[in-house]
Design a binder for this molecule. Structure first.
Ligand code: PHE
Length: 457
């Protein structure tokens, strides 16, 4: 058998994993769900969820990967012989397909919007209604929407094709610094606009009346999505890590970067949205409907619009490669496929699975599953069912099946100093992983079945 690949450096792993975490979730989803749920108070709850659930589960996932040096299916197989747990790994691989298929559609829009911003299209709009109508006309165009999905998927395949070090690590090392630079430029632009203060108030002054149990559950669900948890992406990236590396410290850095990017994106977007008199709570259209109009009203808007959509596309790309890598690692480790063949075959399969999502905005808009169109259905299935379920099972597995003590022994490798100097870390990881994570995630799942929301109504 061929030698399994490894990250070239610790920083390579951190940038790749942060690249997976930082994505459409941070720049597209986080601002609009914060906007819909009242800003500051929601962000506060979200930060708590990240700290007490996200971080402990992230450590658990990376640890499973590093200990077994396998993809999610192989990881569970190595640590338990039970078919049930192996199929939990399988669920992760399936989730990888499902998420990438709709993720690629939104990422494709983002790519398409780079071209639109270069063409200067946005300057024809004077109000959000116009840009909204334009967005609808683009997404109704099958060639546009499927075409950009194809382009985005090809880029994703190209990176994964070159492997862990020469593909994923190298791409992350180039794209992540670029992402941070663009983001900072956009934040400064937002902050220097007249009236930016209202946006900052929105982000900092909590209005607790917006915090309903539903909002708490949205915050928790998003903590999973944004940290790429619950489907084995972090496990797979962890499997290319060396036993000499310090997992808790890497995990803290990943969480820190991910949160920072979400907050900076929030500042950049809301300062500009408020300064130009737009409304923050318009939902998923915030980026594709509202922002184009915001750009027409700011000086330098042409350049900033191009930078913004480049930023969004880069963020999506470094996440998409981690989704595809889960699938590829499975076929390479478990089924003995060659990486190159696996990338070509499963990249194309994912593209094909993405087509119904793309068509949900045009010819298939009338096709409903449980009252949702195909795109909304797979988004719901992945974000509200598969990821929390995966996270729940992973925390139960590490805490109770594999066993906390064994997990701890492995976690100590590479982190000896931390454990000697801060013995409390163990205590916190233990209570969060054993009790908080399973219980709270279980509540999110109940909520996605509608049971909780109906109780709290
Ligand atoms: N974390 C990514 C984002 O915020 C999405 C993602 C989820 C990526 C699950 C990989 C796995 O956009």
């Amino acid at each position: 058998m061929q030698q399994r690949e490894n990250w070239g450096s610790k920083v390579g792993f951190i940038l790749a994993a942060a690249g997976s975490a930082v994505g459409l979730g941070n720049i597209w989803k986080f601002p609009y769900i914060a906007g819909e749920n009242g800003g500051a108070a929601f962000i506060f709850i979200y930060l708590i969820c990240i700290a007490i659930i996200g971080l402990p589960v992230l450590i658990a996932e990376v640890l499973l990967g590093r200990t077994t040096q396998r993809n999610p299916v192989g990881a569970f197989r190595k640590l338990s012989n039970s078919k049930i747990w192996v199929s939990v790994g399988g669920l992760g691989v399936i989730a990888g397909f499902v998420i990438l298929s709709f993720y690629g559609v939104v990422a494709g829009w983002s790519f398409g919007y780079i071209i639109e911003s270069i063409k200067g299209t946005f300057f024809e709009f004077s109000k959000v209604g116009d840009s909204g109508a334009y967005f609808t006309s683009l997404t109704s165009n099958i060639t546009w929407i499927v075409g950009y999905l194809a382009i985005f998927m090809s880029l994703t395949m190209l990176i994964v094709y070159f492997g862990v070090q020469k593909g994923i690590e190298r791409a992350s090392k180039i794209m992540m610094p670029l992402l941070i630079v663009i983001l900072l430029i956009l934040m400064i632009r937002g902050l220097t606009m007249e009236g930016a203060g209202k946006g900052i108030d929105f982000l900092l002054k909590p209005d607790w009346s917006h915090i309903t149990p539903g909002a708490v559950l949205i915050a928790l669900g998003h903590a999973f999505f944004t940290l790429s948890l619950g489907m084995g992406a972090m496990m797979t990236y962890g499997s290319y890590m060396s036993k000499k590396d310090n997992i808790p410290s890497a995990a803290v850095q990943i969480v820190f970067l991910d949160t920072l990017v979400a907050l900076i994106a929030g500042i950049a977007i809301f300062t500009a949205v408020f300064a130009t008199g737009q409304s923050p709570d318009v939902g998923p259209g915030l980026i594709f409907h509202t922002l184009p109009v915001v750009f027409t009203k700011m000086s330098g808007g042409y350049v900033f619009s191009i930078l913004f959509f480049i930023l969004l596309t880069i963020a999506a790309l470094t996440s998409a490669i981690s989704l595809l890598e889960v699938v590829i690692a499975y076929f390479v480790d478990e089924r003995g496929w060659k990486r190159h063949n696996a990338v070509i075959v499963f990249g194309i399969v994912t593209f094909l699975v993405g087509i119904p999502s793309a068509l949900s905005f045009n010819v298939m808009s009338g096709f409903k599953i449980f009252g949702l169109n195909f795109f909304d259905f797979v988004d719901f299935l992945a974000s509200n069912v598969l990821l929390p379920l995966g996270g729940l099972l992973i925390s139960i597995f590490v805490a109770y099946i594999w066993g906390f003590d064994k997990a701890l022994l492995n976690l100590k490798q590479g982190a000896e100093n931390l454990f000697d100097n801060y013995p409390r870390v163990v205590f916190f990881w233990k209570i969060f992983l054993k009790y908080f994570a399973p219980v709270l995630i279980f509540l999110v799942l109940l909520d996605s079945t509608g049971i909780l929301s109906s109780i709290f109504k």
